[in-house]
Design a protein around this ligand. Structure first.
Ligand SMILES: [Zn+2]
Length: 124
């Protein structure tokens, strides 16, 4: 069912573009939203962490959300990360096979990303 993720991603960008065009005079942009691949909850993009498959096939947690490659969004919640890895939602979204070593590394990187975010939150 890899079609589903790709289709919804494209559809969302298309509708976002439409909203932007309609509200061209306004400086307020709609909050970009993404779906957590593990629990399918829709959240503000900034509340999710992007996992990216680089053009060379390397998986990593993309803290700034700007790395080139195919991305999948997941809650920075260990339970969601675990579920996404175990149930294969992350692998499916990125169209890759995730081996144990990579899964371990992603868990670690997600934890670090979540901690980095928590720190940013404290300063507000
Ligand atoms: Zn989730």
């Amino acid at each position: 069912m890899r079609r589903t993720a790709r289709y919804s991603e494209e559809r969302r960008s298309a509708s976002a573009a439409k909203v932007t065009a309609a509200g061209a005079k306004s400086t307020v942009r709609p909050t970009p939203q993404r779906t957590c691949v593990a629990c399918r909850t829709v959240r503000a993009k900034r509340d999710l962490v992007r996992i990216v498959r680089s053009p060379s096939g390397e998986l990593s947690v993309d803290v700034r959300g700007k790395a080139a490659g195919r991305g999948a969004y997941c809650d920075p919640d260990p339970a969601c990360v675990e579920r996404g890895l175990r149930e294969g939602a992350i692998a499916r979204a990125l169209e890759v096979t995730i081996d144990d070593a990579t899964a371990d590394r992603l868990r670690k990187e997600m934890t670090e990303a979540a901690e980095a975010r928590a720190k940013v939150g404290e300063t507000h």
